[in-house]
Design a protein around this ligand. Structure first.
Ligand code: F1P
Length: 510
């Protein structure tokens, strides 16, 4: 890690024709974007050359919505890396795949290994090398594991780097959006810019356990009652809301309207490579203006709204929007970050909001505003803290909705080869039945067919995952069908809520 930090330092000192590229899929790609943007912002303020760049599988639309299919494409990964690095003579490439699994990233790492005169590859993930994915990648001679092993060998001579601490599996398995993501965020900050103390941010956040629990309950009630949760954010913190919301779709089978994020100035504030994407549909409309037009008119007490802002944001604006929301729902809350040096500002906040807001605002950090770097330090602690709170809110709310079975997020979307295999493994683990039965049940649920035809079984995984994009509750349906012996039609007529899974399977419904 120290060695990687030194390489970054060299690039920062002599940025001519150099680049640090962060790349990943899903959550890893979103964090790559967020961190590259934040670091470039910091460099801008210090009048330094911008050296950070990001790549996310599926392009910028994947920043806001689930696009797992491109994760399977190593060539796409390689081509997008080549494009970003055109004309560069020195590139530090940081490929992130929490599970050491994404072919998109494997393709990029392989390309770096073939061009050592320009690229120094770094692989960041949270899995031991021998557990990296070893499934053949169509059209390639390498697997993720073989690439990781090559990196490991070169790492001894400092020609490549493999950073894969085991930070433990996700408490609720099935997504890299929580612990893996937190560590990725934390690691990049400490290694790529300047060493900082994040432990305190975590401690301070969880001092607000009760407040966070209240938020989880409110959001959970909304989801249970077919309402929605909206994050209305200001400044960089707003993207964390967008990111948290977009992850709920592949992780919990959620609809885009269940949890939505909005950022004050929309794409102008997001500052992504591809610019505005609102023309792609309502789920890509992300500005507060869009919230006012699309969501506010039909907002009710069933919905939860969470404002996310800091002392640096325009409080009058926060108050104005807050008042509009309050006219429609009493279920309005706020995460407010401040340092302990702004008592006056805090008073304003309380005066304006006190009567109707639950304000989770005592994030007291030491007075760090000594120089510009310390301002970033404080901001980054707030960002980590916000990520922790939002992950807790959305995960907890989905648990309350009944999306978790025996500690597994089983209503995942089966939209790429990794997720297809994960779904099949989950079915085996939870039903105790053989692999072929489980895969059969999975296919039946994807195609909504009670019998598997030749047409279905002759298709490959890519075709199955394309059909699965529009199928709902695939794994829960397959599981109940496996456990009860009921046909898919019978199971579907139950209008499944995972809360009732144990009851259904325990009473021998068949
Ligand atoms: C990438 C990713 C995850 C997401 C889901 C699908 O994983 O998009 O972020 O939660 O599991 O895969 P990884 O390559 O970082 O392990």
């Amino acid at each position: 890690m120290t060695e990687v930090a030194k390489r970054v330092e060299l690039i920062l000192k002599d940025p001519q024709d150099s680049l640090v590229v962060l790349s990943g899929c899903g959550t890893s790609g979103r964090l790559a974007f967020f961190i590259a943007s934040r670091f470039n912002e910091a460099l801008k303020q210090l009048n330094r050359t911008l050296v950070y760049s990001y790549i996310i599988a599926g392009g910028d639309r994947a920043l806001l919505s689930s696009q797992e299919a491109p994760e399977d494409d190593p060539e796409l990964g390689m081509l997008s890396l080549q494009k970003v690095c055109e004309g560069k003579k020195r590139v530090l490439f940081i490929g992130v795949s929490c599970g050491l699994s994404a072919p998109f990233v494997a393709g990029q790492l392989d390309f770096c290994l073939q061009h050592p005169e320009v690229y120094t590859p770094v692989l960041l993930g949270f899995n031991p090398t021998h557990q990296a994915r070893d499934e053949p990648i169509p059209g390639c001679t390498f697997t993720f594991r073989s690439v990781a092993q090559r990196l490991q060998e070169l790492a001894q001579r400092r020609k490549a780097f493999l950073i894969n601490p085991a930070v433990g599996p996700e408490a609720i398995s099935g997504s890299s959006r929580m612990k893996g993501g937190d560590f990725f965020y934390f690691w990049l900050h400490t290694e790529l810019f300047l060493p900082m103390e994040y432990e305190r941010a975590v401690e301070m956040t969880y001092q607000h356990r009760e407040g966070i629990a209240a938020l989880v309950e409110a959001a959970g009630r909304s989801l249970q009652n077919e309402g929605g949760v909206c994050y209305l954010g200001w400044g960089p913190m707003a993207f964390l809301g967008l990111m948290d919301a977009s992850e709920c779709n592949p992780t919990f089978g959620a609809d885009y309207a269940d949890i939505r994020g909005f950022i004050r100035g929309g794409y102008k504030d997001l500052n992504n490579n591809e610019g505005p994407l609102s023309s792609l549909g309502p789920d890509f409309c992300i500005a507060h203006e869009d919230f006012l037009h699309q969501v506010l008119p039909s907002l009710t007490d069933r919905d939860t709204v969470l404002l996310i802002y800091t002392q640096s944001d325009d409080l009058h604006e926060v108050v104005n929007l807050g008042r509009k929301v309050r006219e429609k729902t009493s279920n309005i809350h706020a995460v407010h970050h401040r340092t302990d040096s702004v008592e006056a500002l805090q008073q304003v906040t309380f005066l304006s909001f006190g009567c109707f807001f639950f304000v989770l605002d005592h994030f007291l950090f030491p007075k760090l505003i000594l120089n510009k770097l310390c301002i970033f330090d404080t901001f980054w602690q707030w960002e980590l803290s916000t990520k922790l709170v939002l992950n807790a809110v959305s995960t907890g709310a989905h648990i309350l909705k009944g999306k978790i079975y025996r500690n597994h997020m089983i209503d995942l979307q089966v939209t790429n080869s990794k997720l297809y295999r994960r779904a099949a493994r989950l079915l085996q683990k939870l039903s105790g039945q053989a692999e072929t039965e489980c895969e059969g049940a999975l296919l039946k649920a994807i195609y909504r067919a009670d019998k598997l035809t030749e047409e279905i079984t002759s298709c490959d995984i890519t075709a199955h995952t394309q059909v699965a994009r529009s199928a709902k509750k695939v794994v829960p349906l397959a599981l109940v069908s496996l456990l009860t012996g009921c046909s898919l039609k019978q199971v579907e007529s139950l209008n499944l809520n995972l809360y009732s899974l144990d009851t259904i399977t325990g009473t021998g419904l068949a």
